[in-house]
Write a protein that binds this ligand. Structure first.
Ligand code: CO8
Length: 258
């Protein structure tokens, strides 16, 4: 499918979605969020794709929601249409692993979008921030919640209240990103991580994603029970038999997602 605000490339079992609004630092307008949501829905259904990379440009992953589109909106417009909120649901609902490969600015909705992915790989040029407070608003796509979970109350409060940006090193120390890599190697590293994931059984990776995400939604005992049941469930798959046999036979497993 052809998109106007992003590109989608598929290589073997990996799909790369690149946000592409270069004139607006990849600001997230309604069209982009709709196309992102459509692209993710299609990739999630694909039999071939096993891992998705979401990235932007060298300068900007995304500099937030599109301010030009929001400037004249009223409470009633926001409350009744709630476009942003609904388009974002597809990102969360995607069952295949999504890696955010972030270079340059990830601000406001851009930082929130990166945090909706399963983990963030950051270029050493990455800058994260929730500067909505400078616009007389506040984070609205999960920033007060996901940033707080990722970096703790002190840093989340400071960033959201003052609008201060975090550089890549600080983001790694704080636990917001999994790793920092040289900007030139960002996509190579993201592909390598995606290839590792794509080698595994899609049944395992989807079950892991669902179980880790449960830890944010439920008390420990419920999360542990959910994990145990998912673990038990994987013993009904051919991939479990193949993975264990291959280990014992000292060969590479051939996972088929069955
Ligand atoms: N929206 C629209 N246009 C933008 C945005 C944006 N968020 N960010 C940058 N642009 C545009 C600029 O207006 C400029 O356009 P033009 O060339 O036509 O003047 C172009 O991109 C380049 O930007 P700059 O000239 O400003 O580039 P600099 O390198 O000087 O600065 C920055 C880069 C620091 C990224 C700067 O552009 C900036 O501060 N941008 C705004 C960041 C921001 O405030 N983000 C938060 C937006 S609000 C939000 O995300 C709320 C999300 C929750 C919504 C939930 C709804 C339910």
């Amino acid at each position: 499918m052809a998109y106007e605000t992003l590109t989608v490339e598929t290589e073997d079992h990996i799909a790369i979605i690149k946000l592409n609004r270069p004139d607006a630092m990849n600001a997230l307008n309604k069209a982009l969020l709709k196309e992102l949501s459509d692209a993710l829905r299609e990739l999630d259904r694909s039999d071939r794709v096993r891992c998705i990379i979401l990235t932007g440009s060298e300068k900007a992953f995304a500099a937030g929601a599109d301010i030009a589109e929001m400037v004249d909106m009223s409470f009633v417009d926001m409350f009744t249409t709630d476009k942003f909120g609904r388009e974002c649901d597809q990102i969360i609902d995607t069952r295949k692993p999504i890696i955010a490969a972030v270079s340059g600015y990830a601000l406001g909705g851009g930082c929130e979008l990166a945090m909706m992915c399963d983990f963030i790989l950051a270029a050493d040029t990455a800058k994260f921030g929730q500067p909505e407070v400078n616009l007389g608003i506040m984070p609205g796509m999960g920033g007060t919640q996901r940033l707080t979970h990722a970096v703790g109350k002190a840093k989340a409060m400071e960033m959201a209240l003052t609008g201060r940006f975090m550089d890549a090193e600080e983001a790694e120390r704080a636990g917001l990103v999994s790793r920092v890599v040289p900007a030139k190697k960002l996509m190579e590293e993201a592909r390598a991580a995606a290839e590792k994931i794509a080698e595994k059984s899609i049944l395992s990776t989807m079950a892991i994603k669902e179980s880790v995400n449960r830890s944010f939604e439920s008390p420990l005992s419920e999360g542990l029970l959910f994990e145990r049941r998912m673990f038990h469930g994987l013993f009904s798959t051919n991939d479990q038999a193949e993975g264990m046999k291959a280990f014992l036979e000292k060969r590479e497993p051939q996972f088929r997602g069955k």
